[in-house]
Ligand binder design. Sequence first.
Ligand SMILES: Cc1ncc(COP(=O)(O)O)c(C=O)c1O
Length: 402
Amino acid sequence: MSTAFLSNRVLGIEPSPSIAANALVTELRAQGRDIINFTVGEPDFDTPEHILQAASAAMQRGDTHYTATTGTLALRKAISHKLERDNGLVYGLDEVVAGCGGKHIIYHALAATLNLGDEVIVHTPYWVSYPDIARLNDATPVIIPGDETNGFKLSPEALEKSVTPRSKWVILNTPNNPSGAVYKEDELLALAAVLRRHPHVLIMADEIYEQFVYGDAQHVSLTRLAPDLKDRTLIVNGASKGYAMTGWRLGFGAGPAWLITAIAKLLSQTTTCPSSVSQAAAVAAFAGDQTPIAGMREVYQQRRDRMMELLAPIKGLTFTPPDGAFYVFANVSALMGKTTESGESIQNDSELVAHLLKEYGLATVSGAAYGMSPYIRLSFASSMEVIEEGCRRLKEACQRLR
Ligand SMILES: Cc1ncc(COP(=O)(O)O)c(C=O)c1O
């Protein structure tokens, strides 16, 4: 009955599955269950001290008012500085915009550009929100199936085939959530060559995990390699992951001034500006001491290595080592069709996720949430003890499936 009041827009999407998975963990723990949480999509570190100090100083000096919609001058300068320092890219102050998280920027960028019937190209496994944000804005997500043998990366051939006259955006996410894939220079150059042939397509480069790359992997921005695409590329990034600042809700977009102006126009009618205190904190994050980031990266690398070591002997589960972000996207196809001790047959990754949670108190996210099955996403953004206990439970669960 109450759905009669709801818009088709809202009825046509699902709640974010990763947020739902995490909320379920909170609920089960509140009921007293012992849950190991491998669904975590955020750093478990506290925000570095110098960032807290900057926020505190901002509050004390009275920086508690509305700011310019695109962000304070200090923040836009800090973002511009960060892009030059970390990515070798030059963006003017009218080419950057701050928002309440990277997700907020993605939403506003799509809302500012999409019309009914437009297509948004997304490849699997994709970050859960891209297709629904496209749908919310009357567009059709065009989903390119991923290929693990290709390291889960979008190939130039698949991209070429998916472009139509209605294509408005292609979304590239490197380092990738959930696969951990990090595109190499030659792979980006090959995609750039395709995109060059289709000047009507905008490019969204979601680089929110850029600080977390492991081993020999290196993060490179597409527009660094293909500067001619800069006038139709929007870089999305923010403070959430790299600076352990998810709760501050501070992200940014960098792109051509016409697009930034359009996003700002929309933001002026929705959120006005991000929190002034979060903006002051983000100035310290982007322009201040970067050493805490290297420390966090080091710890993630150790956790990743340990998780891979513990997962490797588990029968029925295989994985491609993640080069970036903080997830292992494990292939569970060998477990499909197996039977649990209570006689239930596991037919898909969502049923496996439910079984792991119910019988072993291990929370994971199904590949289905990322458009690619049968997989499960395991986050290593938690302590070594949690990683070890979670992998122990996973091993036991897999052993007992017949
Ligand atoms: C790939 C990707 N992009 C964007 C975001 C949005 O992050 P935020 O809105 O916290 O900046 C996330 C968050 O999980 C993500 O995983």
